[in-house]
Design a binder for this molecule. Structure first.
Ligand code: CTP
Ligand code: MG
Length: 175
């Protein structure tokens, strides 16, 4: 019908993406203080997660993601959006932490880029954690073309936002 009708509901996808994006971005502004790993190291002698993953950043990310979901649920009048946001925000923060864990084990220094870990793992885990609710409520988000769109869009958005954050002086490096 419409030229931009791409076969899946972009509004559903954007509503889904906002809370995990907010959860992932909030720590850059609000993080700091004690690291989650409390400075401890693993068997390889390197930090478990590193100084880039702080307790305050984790809490801020979760609260910010839940808040975004609450605002969405209220605005749209659909309570399930809050449930999905809670699951996806937890997934996003878990993905961020797992990414740092894997980066440290691969001897990638804190703050050095890694395509999969930095840009995509958080959104993959966000989808995975919200899967049980998405599959019932908005299954169109789980279509292969939707997931592919989400991965490409997230990569572009992540790159763009990190360049902006770098220019604004929020991040030392543009990734
Ligand atoms: N941040 C935080 N707590 C978190 C996640 C992020 O305080 N749980 C803050 C840190 O200041 C971090 C910044 O947000 O430096 C950017 O996050 P990210 O790019 O995920 O961390 P990196 O510093 O790149 O570290 P890593 O190599 O472990 O990803
Ligand atoms: Mg980084």
């Amino acid at each position: 019908m419409l030229k931009w009708d791409v076969g899946f509901d972009l509004i559903h996808i954007l509503l889904f993406l906002i809370p995990p994006y907010v959860a992932n971005a909030a720590p850059v502004v609000l993080g700091g203080g004690a690291p989650i790993d409390l400075g401890r190291r693993t068997w390889d002698g390197r930090r478990i997660l590193g100084d880039g993953k702080t307790i305050r950043g984790l809490v801020a990310g979760l609260v910010a993601g839940f808040t975004a979901g609450f605002v969405e649920a209220y605005a749209v009048g659909e309570g399930t959006l809050l449930t999905i946001a809670i699951l996806s925000s937890c997934g996003a923060m878990a993905g961020d932490i797992i990414g740092s864990f894997v980066k440290r084990r691969l001897n990638v220094e804190r703050g050095r880029p890694s395509l999969v870990m930095d840009q995509l793992l958080f959104i993959v885990l966000a989808i995975a954690c919200a899967y049980p609710v998405l599959s019932v409520q908005t299954p169109d988000i789980l279509l292969p073309e939707s997931v592919l769109f989400i991965l490409l869009f997230t990569y572009v958005m992540h790159r763009a936002m990190n360049i902006v954050a770098n220019r604004m002086g929020l991040k030392k490096v543009p990734w």
